[in-house]
Design a protein around this ligand. Structure first.
Ligand code: LLP
Length: 389
């Protein structure tokens, strides 16, 4: 919900821009921290969801670690002050340069995603006389029941090492003096709303943990990834139910006294804390369709174009009208200015009758929003502001 003060503030700013509610972010982070602490679980923030510095500073201050998927994310996490001992580096295609940089920064752990990568890290570590901590990212073949494009834990996905390669993996680890095996890592997908999925994941984690222990490896870290979804239809109900989520793992994961359980949450921590604020450039009422053309497009928020993702759209100027539309609302296709038909934020969206210059909010845009912006069509690049508190 935006206050009149927020809306008055927006009307002075050039659109489009991301608008962060850092109070809400802090409340969300605290809720997660408290819920995790109840089980002695450790949280690493999945930086890919949002690396805006205002956001990162809050997350660092709360004491979470950082889950990174590129050399630049590792660098940024450390530059901004995340403790090295809490920085992990995952990713299916780490380049030699990225591995060397992370080795030299003495991060906590590499989450390794292929047999070949194990050999490469060992060789690069040997050349620098370093012993590197590694966790094996295993593809558990568990269906996350989410959008196919954000499913990562099935046999057909590129991520992780498949179960049938575990004996080869163990053999490489035994032959690699510069690798220190510390645990196993999983991440099966994103925007997961059916928590049953995590029970299935826990069962698989238990099996793989037992397998490694039976083969002489001490599994100290059980990293179960992230993926907890948010309610895009209801951005007003803003803080995810972390307690219920963590309880699933507490109930179904077999954790030995010397084992730590790690999580890598992204979306659930930051998703509700930002909106994309835009203006109506043009209204086109046709015979079959009514369009409102915004000054924000897929270049600012790509999720609807890429995954047909739903984001709640609000006309913030609508309430101020002295003469509401006789029928109350009009169904609009809400589109952007980019020369692509997929540049559409939503079809047949009921909104109050809308006019040029109306302010439009696209909600729940804090995760995978600003970070996935592009310069396609030689667009400017999107700005961001935070709520004045
Ligand atoms: N850990 C790993 C290894 C990951 O690949 C991801 C997300 C996460 C943790 C965090 O997942 P989360 O808690 O945020 O669901 N661009 C897509 C989402 C891609 C997710 C990529 N990996 C979207 O806009 O929906």
């Amino acid at each position: 919900m935006f206050s009149d003060k927020d809306i008055a503030h927006f009307s002075k700013l050039e659109t489009p821009f991301y608008y962060y509610d850092l109070n809400l972010l802090e409340q969300t982070l605290n809720a997660c921290k408290d819920a995790a602490r109840a089980h002695q679980f450790h949280v690493h923030y999945a930086m890919k969801a949002n690396f805006n510095e205002m956001v990162l500073s809050k997350i660092k201050a709360i004491g979470f670690g950082a889950d990174c998927v590129s050399g630049n994310e590792v660098k940024k996490a450390i530059d901004i002050g995340f403790v090295k001992d809490k920085v992990v580096f995952a990713g299916v295609g780490k380049s030699d340069r990225e591995i060397i940089d992370a080795l030299e920064r003495d991060i906590f752990c590499f989450n390794v995603e292929s047999l070949q990568e194990l050999e490469v890290i060992n060789a690069l570590a040997e050349a620098r006389q370093k012993i590197v901590k590694v966790a094996i990212r295993i593809n558990p073949n568990v269906d996350a029941h989410t959008h196919a494009n954000i499913t990562t834990g099935l046999d057909e996905n590129k991520f992780g090492i498949n179960s049938w390669d575990m004996p080869a993996c163990a053999a490489i680890l035994n032959l690699s003096p510069n690798l220190e095996f510390i645990g196993i890592h999983f991440h099966i997908g994103s925007q997961i709303t059916n928590l049953e999925v995590y029970k299935n994941l826990c069962n698989r984690v238990n099996e793989f943990s037992a397998w490694f222990e039976d083969h002489g490896f001490k599994v100290r870290i059980l990293n179960v990834g992230g993926g907890l979804g948010i309610d895009y239809h209801n951005p007003h109900q803003q803080i995810p139910d972390f307690a219920t989520y963590f309880k699933v793992f507490s109930d179904f994961l077999e954790v030995k006294p010397y084992q730590e359980v790690h999580f890598e949450l992204g979306r659930a921590l930051v998703g509700q804390s930002a909106s994309l604020i835009s203006r109506v450039l043009y209204v086109k009422n046709g015979k079959k369709k009514n369009f409102i053309v915004l000054d924000a497009g897929m270049t600012e928020l790509m999720r609807p174009a890429l995954y047909q993702a739903y984001h709640l759209i609000e006309n913030l100027s609508g309430n101020e009208r002295s003469m509401p539309h006789p029928q109350g609302t009009v169904n609009y296709d809400v589109v952007g200015p980019i020369c692509e038909s997929t540049d559409c934020f939503g079809k047949e969206i009921p909104l109050p009758e809308s006019f040029r210059n109306d302010l439009i909010a696209i909600r729940s845009a804090g995760a995978y929003g600003e970070v996935m912006a592009s310069h396609y069509n030689l667009r400017e690049g999107v700005k961001s502001y935070s709520k004045e508190v």
